[in-house]
Each structure stands twice: as C-alpha cells, then as structure tokens.
Ligand binder design. Structure first.
Ligand code: 5GP
Ligand code: MN
Length: 368
C-alpha cells in the first residue's frame, strides 16, 4: 500500500533530515510505506517497553489478541502493558492476564506515562486511531514505533511504521497466531495463550459459522488443541456466563423492539435508553443480539441501534452479497467488514431510525 500522508511531511526520529533533492521523492515514498510485520522478527530479541492497545469496548477478538500477544512477548523478556481505551464486557473478564489491563478512561495519567515510555506500540483489531475514542489524540502524538495487526477494511497505513493488514483473516487472533508461528516460536503458545486466541476465533467467526471461518482457522484450532486448549471452558465463559436480567432483556427486545421489513429482507432492532436502565444492562450485555433476526428465513440485513449516552451506536450484519462496510461508511460514520460492520449517529434514536428507513429504500435493489 503506497499512501502519501502527513507522515511524509513529519521528520522521522533519528534519521538524516537533509534529504537529497534528486531522490527526495523516492525517499518520501519509501518513508510512508508501512513495512511488513516480518521485519519485526529480528528486533524481537532485544527487550523493550511495549504497549498494546485495541479498539474501544474490546470484544473477544480485541482483548484475546492483545492478551495473547502480551503473554507471548513477556516470555521473550519484554515489559508489556495492555491499555484498553475504555472498559470492557464481563464476558471477557475471565481471560488470562485481563486483571492487569489498564482502562484508559479510569487511569489516564498512568496509561499516558506507560505510552510515553513505550518503545513500541502495537495496535490490534482496529486500523484507524479514532476507533480508540478518547485515546485518539494521545496515540496521534506518540513518536514511538507503531505496529498494526488488523483485519478490517481501509487501514490508515500512514499512521503505522510496521504492520499486517489482511481482510482475508478471520480475526486478529488468527493474525497473532500467524505472527507467533512466523517468528518461529510456536513452542511458546501455552494453555493461556491458546484460550485467548481461541476466544477471538470463536467471537469473530460467529462460532465458526461465517464465511471467514476458512480451512486455516480449523487447522489453527486443531493446533491449539494439541497445545493444551480446553475449548469447553472458553465457550462456557463466553456464552453461559450472564445474569437472569440479560436473558429477560433479550426476550423483551425481540418481542417489542424488532421490526421486520420483508420487502427489503431486513430486520431492525432499536433499543431506547429506558430499556437499558430497566434491565440493568451493562457493557457487553447487548453483544450477540444482532444475530437473532438472522434466524428468520430470507433475512439479508440486520440492523441494531442502541441509544447510548454519548451516541446512537449501530451494528449491521448481512448474509451473502450485501456490503455492510460500505453501508455503514456511507450512511452512519462507520465501517468494519463486508458482512459485519458498525457505525454511529449523533441524532436522536427516533431520527437515526427514520434515516435508516429512508436509506433502506435507496438500497432496495441490493437487498433483493
Ligand atoms: P459490532 O457490530 O460487533 O460492534 O462491530 C462489527 C464490526 O464492525 C467489528 O469488526 C467492529 O470492529 C467494526 N465496527 C463497529 N463499529 C465501528 C465503527 O464505528 N467504525 C468502524 N470503522 N468500524 C466499526
Ligand atoms: Mn476482530
């Protein structure tokens, strides 16, 4: 990926800034390439201070990949801290090492000190800084080496020095597995790392049902099993680990908040704040809701919108050839993958739902 960017104008740390004029264009092009992740391998031998961050409200893939990478790098002698931009769901709170993850919003000063001291910053499961919400400005200011590992569309490559960005990968956890194996250090994948990686594979493939669950994913699972993975534990922690209120909330939402538009093969769930309060809904309790309407015959697009304090947060899921990433980018300031994306709106719940219904008409042909 060659992208001319603001970074081309910035003076790289520790380099000769007097560029030769004849070759300067060439140099600038070279300077803005995100170098391949493989070039990191020889640099892993020297112990460093490393920070790892991921997207806001980290899910199983975001938290799993961050913790797996940390547990791997620590075995190589690095000093590693995982910083989450925000809090996270209870159903990732069992992951090995999660207790030491810093919540940026809760510990701004400490987290910023860690970031200021870091030699390297790994950015996992997101590819543009604004996905980290209030952490965005801090990440932009950092001059340390930034390394991207991500599987979403349209990466902001000029923001990173090294990286792997591959939309054919099922999950960032798959990419962390590839990273460890590529470094020739598969023997360091212990039971804890295998649990973190497996959680991300399960989460991002919808328990191996999405098209992204290619043969390689199943081969990774087989390898993790041979390295000690106890997969029933992970399923139990991810899916059978809620309180009664969450199940009753799900029933309420499906009964009262779901609309089906058969002419557009679309289902919509719109959740007002009052429902969240009534059922004591916490971060992560709404995960998976968007999948339920997909069980209705013929449904091609499911949209879920939740009235959060600061914004209306959209989730989109599709089957087949409807591009959720483009839809989310075009109408709801978002993005993601082809069959799963998210977005946001500053409008009221009522207004953003109205807009959704209008844009459904524009997309009628694509939804047939
Ligand atoms: P979810 O609906 O589960 O929150 O997100 C589905 C996918 O879209 C995930 O891969 C997530 O990272 C991505 N995504 C969710 N919200 C946004 C957003 O506002 N912007 C972008 N670019 N991606 C998003
Ligand atoms: Mn992911």
């Amino acid at each position: 990926m060659v992208v001319i960017s603001k970074k081309a104008c910035r003076q790289p740390k520790g380099r000769n800034h007097n560029l030769p004029t004849a070759n300067s264009k060439l140099f600038i092009f070279a300077a803005v390439f995100m170098k391949p992740i493989q070039e990191i391998y020889p640099l892993l031998e020297q112990p460093r201070k490393i920070a790892i961050t991921t997207h806001q409200k980290p899910d199983a893939d975001a938290m799993g990949s961050s913790l797996a990478l940390r547990l791997f790098l620590e075995q190589l002698g690095h000093q590693v801290t995982v910083i989450s931009p925000t809090n996270w769901a209870g159903w990732v709170n069992w992951m090995p090492g999660v207790k030491d993850v810093m919540d940026y919003e809760m510990n701004k000063q400490k987290a910023e000190a860690v970031l200021d001291e870091a030699d390297w910053l790994f950015c996992l499961d997101f590819n543009i800084f604004h996905r980290t919400k209030t952490l965005t400005e801090k990440l932009k200011q950092l001059t340390c080496t930034k390394i991207l590992i991500d599987h979403h569309q349209e990466p902001d490559t000029p923001s990173f020095d090294y990286g792997a960005s591959d939309t054919s990968k099922s999950s960032t956890c798959e990419m962390i597995y590839d990273f460890i194996m590529g470094a020739g250090k598969g023997e360091l994948i212990n039971e804890d790392i295998s649990e973190c990686l497996y959680a991300g594979l399960v989460g991002d493939t919808g328990s191996f049902r999405f098209p992204s669950a290619h043969a390689g994913v199943h081969k990774i699972v087989a390898d993790l099993k041979e390295r000690g993975l106890k997969h029933p534990k992970v399923h139990d922690k991810l899916f059978d680990n809620f309180l009664e209120n969450r199940l009753r909330f799900t029933g309420h939402v499906l009964l009262h908040r779901m609309e089906i538009f058969y002419e557009y093969n679309t289902a919509l769930i719109a959740i007002p704040k009052s429902d969240l309060l009534k059922y004591y809904i916490k971060t992560g309790d709404t995960e998976g809701l968007v999948n339920y309407p997909q069980s209705i015959q013929g449904i091609k697009l499911v949209a879920l919108v939740i009235d959060r304090d600061e914004e209306r947060k959209w989730s989109f899921r599709s089957k087949g050839d409807f591009d959720c990433n483009t839809f989310a980018r075009t109408y709801f300031e978002g993005g993601g993958h082809y069959n799963a994306a998210g977005g946001r709106s500053s409008d009221s719940l009522e207004d953003t739902v109205k807009k959704f219904k209008e844009v459904l008409k524009e997309n009628a042909k694509l939804l047939q």
